[in-house]
Design a protein around this ligand. Structure first.
Ligand code: CAA
Length: 264
């Protein structure tokens, strides 16, 4: 699908897509070319049906880095306006990824720094290899995170740990990240792909429509105050009662059989 130079987009098996940031020589740093290709990949995936796109895995090429951040060489000569556009572009691409109806899982295979951690944080789950390291080192460059880090890290680990990581720029290792609730699971490097696929397979046995609506309700709840978020949840819950998947899931339970979901 598409022709890409800085990423790889593969349909691994039966509707599970893998997007690999593919600049290992620069530790998969995100430059404009990578960001543009990611935007195009998310656009293409968003147009596919549940049958053709069931889940997306985001990872980095090589054994060293998931993504070591935005490309410092590209950023260093930017003026104020260009920097604003660059941050807005990264934020909006990650937002588009966040809005995908399917589960999006970050398979973090090494350094996830700056824009790399911000990318992982915009995914629905983070599964990390035991050599992974996470951090927002932007203050060492005289910068702050610009692709959503001050927002999403705070929501992920709470304000004190987010302040510590952002203001010191210190990295946390995979086990610490697990302890902080920053990642869902840590596995040996050699098991990363199989652990991610196992999680995907579990989700794929559920109703794709319900999974998608659950994701939507959780995401929207972040931006709403409690009463509106609860009202929103009740409406999404109610909407599902017009779907075939809800009828099939409840009927299958009564008939003591496995449901066959169609995402309709
Ligand atoms: N941008 C551009 N190039 C990068 C890069 C980045 N973020 N990170 C690594 N590279 C390049 C290096 O320049 C080097 O290239 P050369 O061989 O041409 O010199 C190559 O990748 C390998 O990197 P190192 O030699 O530095 O590898 P190392 O093992 O010694 O160190 C590292 C690894 C600790 C991850 C180190 O590369 C590093 O600190 N990278 C930068 C991390 C960083 O500061 N990220 C935040 C970027 S700013 C940002 O992301 C802003 C935002 O929120 C939008």
């Amino acid at each position: 699908m598409g022709s890409y130079e800085n990423i790889k987009l593969e349909n691994k098996e039966n509707g599970v897509w893998v997007l690999t940031i593919n600049r290992p020589q620069a530790l998969n740093a995100l430059n404009s070319a990578v960001l543009n290709e990611m935007a195009e990949a998310f656009r293409q995936i968003s147009e596919l049906s549940f049958e053709d796109a069931k889940a997306l895995v985001v990872t980095g090429a090589g054994e060293k880095a998931f993504v070591a951040g935005a490309d410092i060489k590209e950023m260093m000569d930017m003026n104020e306006e260009q920097a604003k556009q660059f941050a807005k572009r990264g934020q909006s691409i990650f937002h588009e990824m966040n809005l995908l109806k399917i589960p999006v899982i970050a398979a973090v295979n090494g350094f996830a720094l700056g824009g790399g951690l911000e990318l992982a944080l915009a995914c629905d789950f983070i599964i990390a290899s035991d050599n992974a390291k996470f951090g927002l080192p932007e203050v060492s460059l005289g910068l702050i995170p610009g692709f959503g880090g001050t927002v999403r890290l705070t929501r992920a680990v709470g304000i004190r740990k987010a302040r510590e990581m952002t203001m010191t720029g210190e990295m946390v290792i995979a086990e610490q990240a697990l302890h902080l609730g920053l990642v869902n699971q840590v596995v040996p490097f050699s098991d990363l792909t199989s652990a991610v696929m196992k999680k995907v397979e579990t989700i794929l046995t559920r109703s794709p429509l319900a999974v998608s609506e659950a994701k939507k309700s959780i995401n929207q709840a972040f931006d709403l105050e409690t009463e509106s978020a609860l009202e929103n949840e009740a409406q999404i819950f109610a909407n599902l009662f017009t779907s075939k998947d809800t009828r099939e899931g409840t009927q299958a339970f009564i008939e003591k059989r496995k449901p066959v979901f169609k995402g309709e």
